[in-house]
Design a protein around this ligand. Structure first.
Ligand SMILES: *Cc1c(COP(=O)(O)O)cnc(C)c1O
Length: 392
């Protein structure tokens, strides 16, 4: 049924959660326009450049006419093989490049599209809250509903699967999990993944594990893959991205691995929507995965240094934070008498520092703000000095 407006968006757009940060964004733009030096700890986009070896590989391949044509939708055989080798080396997980690896135009693309393959109208996705907004948006676009799994500190920010009502579990087809986690920076061990496999088996769910931050970890900690645990490949897939590991957010390259039938469903959806990843970008990705990984080691050291500066500083100004073992985020409790939006506004107005209110990641994110360590150490120190000057 048409309304009276000239242009009316579809219900699925109107069904998306309201954008909570409009006022903060306006304020940020206004301060910038006045010449205020804003320190933006709001965006999860690495400030460091893509390693040179990867850029050079791209440069070569851009000049090669073989790269200029439509790619195959599932990704170059060489790319899928590079992913399979990387998985074996990194996690000890064996993957068949033919059928157990699918190239994605960034992992966000695959995460957004997978509900179209597996969600019927009215079906549920089980979605973490707080969480990466795409799990819910993709579900809504597919006509489904999200049942939110609160991630709370007392549970180590792991969902309590026992709290999912029987009738919801029966109507659910997808379960999204994400460790190392954005925004809470929590990590999961294989015992949790084993529990997830059992739960998924019992309720015939497809597990979608978002592992975008698997390579951003500290103090010698190495995050596991969901696919390391017995039976995982029977129940799910893992989404990966080159964005964070190799500072390639703008390049748009990711992949999904694991269950063959699930990947076939996602692949069929994609053949009807997109035409794959620019082949030159895939060759650059092959170099990223197969080449000398010392740049990744260097990047971890850089973030670890920033983390240490920021954790010390945050505690010095009297705020509470758990030092993260992975991701480039700090999940910081807001002080008493504030909620996450009012606290972020105060810090923006008084200190010119941008933080992301936790409530923007879902109701259960209320009471926290997220800080991204995606600015140089000197700027983090400056941010702390400014926070020290205001009364929190
Ligand atoms: C950054 C991010 C991604 C994906 O990024 P792409 O650039 O689309 O590969 C996926 N999940 C989470 C939780 C992220 O933070």
């Amino acid at each position: 049924m048409k309304g009276s407006g000239r242009v009316e968006t579809a219900q699925r757009l109107r069904a998306l959660p309201p954008y909570l940060f409009a006022e903060l964004d306006r304020r940020k733009a206004a301060l910038r326009a006045k010449g205020v030096d804003i320190i933006d700890l709001g965006v999860g986009d690495p400030d460091l450049p893509t390693p040179k070896r990867i850029v050079e590989r791209m440069r070569e391949e851009v000049l090669n006419p073989r790269s200029h044509r439509y790619p195959s939708y599932e990704g170059l055989r060489d790319f899928r093989e590079a992913v399979s080798r990387w998985y074996e080396r990194r996690f000890g997980v064996m993957l068949d490049p033919d059928g157990e690896v699918l190239a994605l135009i960034g992992s966000k693309e695959g995460i957004a599209h997978i509900p179209l393959a597996f969600i019927n109208p009215g079906a549920y996705s089980l979605v973490p809250s707080p969480g990466y907004p795409v799990y819910h948006a993709g579900t809504v676009f597919a006509g489904g509903r999200s049942f939110f799994l609160p991630l709370v500190e007392e549970q180590g920010f792991l969902p309590d699967l026992g709290q999912v009502p029987q009738e919801v579990a029966e109507l659910a087809t997808l379960l999204f999990i994400n460790y190392p986690n954005n925004p809470t920076a929590a990590v999961a061990d294989t015992a949790f993944f084993t529990e997830v496999v059992e739960f998924a088996r019992r309720h015939r769910l497809i597990v979608c594990h978002d592992a975008a931050y698997s390579e951003i970890s500290y103090d010698g900690y190495t995050p596991p893959s969901f696919l390391e645990v017995d039976g995982a490949k029977e129940v799910g897939v893992e989404f990966h991205s080159l964005s964070k590991t190799y500072n390639m957010t703008g390049w748009r390259l990711g992949f999904a691995v694991g269950n063959r039938e699930v990947l076939a469903g996602l692949g069929k959806t994609k053949t009807n929507i997109d035409s794959g990843v620019f082949q030159a970008v895939q060759w650059a990705g092959i170099e990223a995965l197969k080449g000398d990984q010392s740049d990744v080691e260097q990047m971890r050291a850089t973030y670890q240094g920033r983390r240490d500066v920021m954790v010390r500083g945050i505690r010095a100004v009297g705020l509470e934070v758990t030092p993260p073992r992975a991701t480039f985020y700090l999940w910081v409790k807001v002080p008493p008498r504030h909620d996450s939006v009012s606290f972020a506004s105060l810090v923006l107005n008084e200190a010119g520092v941008v933080l992301t209110p936790g409530s923007g990641f879902g109701e259960a994110g209320e009471g926290y703000v997220r800080l991204a360590l995606t600015v140089p150490e000197a700027r983090l120190e400056e941010a702390i000095e400014r926070l020290q000057r205001i009364s929190l």
